[in-house]
Write a protein that binds this ligand. Sequence first.
Ligand code: BTN
Length: 307
Amino acid sequence: MHISGEEIADKLGVSRNSVWKAIKQLTQEGYNIEAVRNKGYSLIVDGDIVSKTGIESYLENKDFFNIEVHNIVSSTNAVAKRYASDNVEEGKVIVALEQSEGRGRFGRAFYSPAETGIYFSLILNPKVENNDIIFLTSLAAVAVCEAIEKLTGEKASIKWVNDIFVSEKKVCGILTEASFSVENNAVEYLVLGIGINIYTPKNGFPSEINKLAGSITSSPQKDVRNKLLAESLNEILKLYTNFDTNLIAKLYKQRSFLIGKEVYVIKKEGEKLAIVIDITDRNELLVKYQDEKTEKLSSGEISLKLN
Ligand code: BTN
């Protein structure tokens, strides 16, 4: 169905020129709007177009978030950190459809191609004790799991510390970066960087990550990226606003799939086989090595033992 510019202008009480400008902007954001002479405009609504307007339409609290969408940036975390160091308010979200230098943990690259993923970074100014900062990454992991499940119906689980898995494949990585004041060692700002593989790239994932990486859906779905991003932000805000480390630890543990599994703990001196006994209320991984010694790991890396 088409609707004329005149009719839209009358309904909204704005000028025809404003309607034309708004249509132009929406088209630039990627909306597929068909314009037919003497008939008017028609929105083709079956796409998966990421846009500020689209994301905002699913946000529960539009006032907290300030969304900025880019086709491509080097790294959304790098852009967000620049903003944060210029004192941009918390709630700013840098979204990119592609990253040319997407970053992962341990200085690794994060594969961030166009079309198949969504990459975003949220600036926060948490008023929490330094030793509770880890819970911000944990709450983000829980939030993204909730959002994935809500949208796809698939179970999403966490591999300690902050990888999200669906059907035994990593579909999301989180990189948290913080800046601390030299004077009082308090956190000045924190950037939560989240990258989600929505679809599998046409030619598959690169060979280095092919065994590990997966995506949350196999077929294009209307608005999935806007919805997933907004849902993730909605869930993050809920847990952030009522910041409760006990609750976060509980939700995090419920979603962790490592308990009882054999893992390799990656240490400087090499890999050590261990069994995961528990995840503590401080989000440490409690492991038992083959010599029966136990250790609580608070960061670092483990790889799953494949049988
Ligand atoms: C990891 O799995 O090691 C963490 C990956 C984090 C990737 C996200 S994508 C958005 C944000 N920008 C980046 O450069 N990295 C994070």
